[in-house]
Design a protein around this ligand. Sequence first.
Ligand code: SAM
Length: 238
Amino acid sequence: PPLYKQRYFFVKDIVNQYKPKKVADLGCGNATLLCMLKFHSCVQELVGVDLLMDRLLDWNSDKLSPSIGDHLGPRDLDLSIVLYRGSAVEKDSRLLGFDLITCIELIEHLDSEDLAKFPEVVFGYFSPGMVVISTPNSDFNPLFPASTFRNSDHKFEWNQTQFQHWASNVAKLYSYTVEFTGVGAPPPWAKHVGYCTQIGIFKKKQPDPGSWILAKPTGSRVSEPEEHAYQVVFTASF
Ligand code: SAM
C-alpha cells in the first residue's frame, strides 16, 4: 500500500494493541484516519483538530456521520466524534484526558516558533497516555529521484539523529518513554537510511508509587480552568 496508508495502518495497529477509549488526531487533514478508527469498538471518543477544516467537511463529513449500517448494527459502546478548527500549539481543555494523541505528518509543517510551543501543549498540557508522532526521514531522501523536500509546505525534514534527539529530549522533559520505528522500509542495499517515515511512540511514565508526594499531580487536571481555543466544526454520535 502507499506510504500514507501504511501510516494509517500503523495507527490502527496501535489502537488494536492498546485499546484506547479516547483518541485525538492533531493535524487530521481530511480525517481519513478518523474514518478508519471509528470502526474500532474500543474507541468511544474520536477528535480531530486541524487549522483548515473546509476541505475536510466537503470530502469526508458523510463518512464520519452514522450511516444506515450503524443503525442496523448498533455498537456496544457509544462513540462520539468531534472535529475542531484550531492549532496543535494552542491549549484547549477539551483535549485533556486522552489515551492516545496522534500527530501524523504534522510537526514538519510547524515553523520554529510553533515547534517550540508544541511539546508544552501536547505533552505538558494535554498529557495523554500515549503520543504517536510521524515525520519524514531525510536520510531516506537520496533514494528519491529529486532530492528536495517532499512537500513545499514542509518547514524542515529531519534525519534520524535529529528526530531522535528532539524526541528523546521531549520525552525526558515530560516524563515519557519513547521508542523509534517507522513505515516504508528501505531496500535491502540501503538499510542504513532507515524508514521513509520515521515514527516515535511516546508512553507516559506511571509515577513511582513510592514518590507520590513529589509526583506531578496529574489528577488535579479536573481543576484546570476550562480553556476553549478551538472551534467545533462537526459533531456526530453513534
Ligand atoms: N495527518 C493527515 C494525514 O496523515 O493524512 C494530514 C497530514 S498533512 C501533511 C498536514 C496537516 O497538518 C494539514 O492538514 C495542515 O492543515 C495541518 N496543520 C498544519 N499546521 C497545523 C497546526 N498548527 N495545527 C493543526 N493542524 C495543522
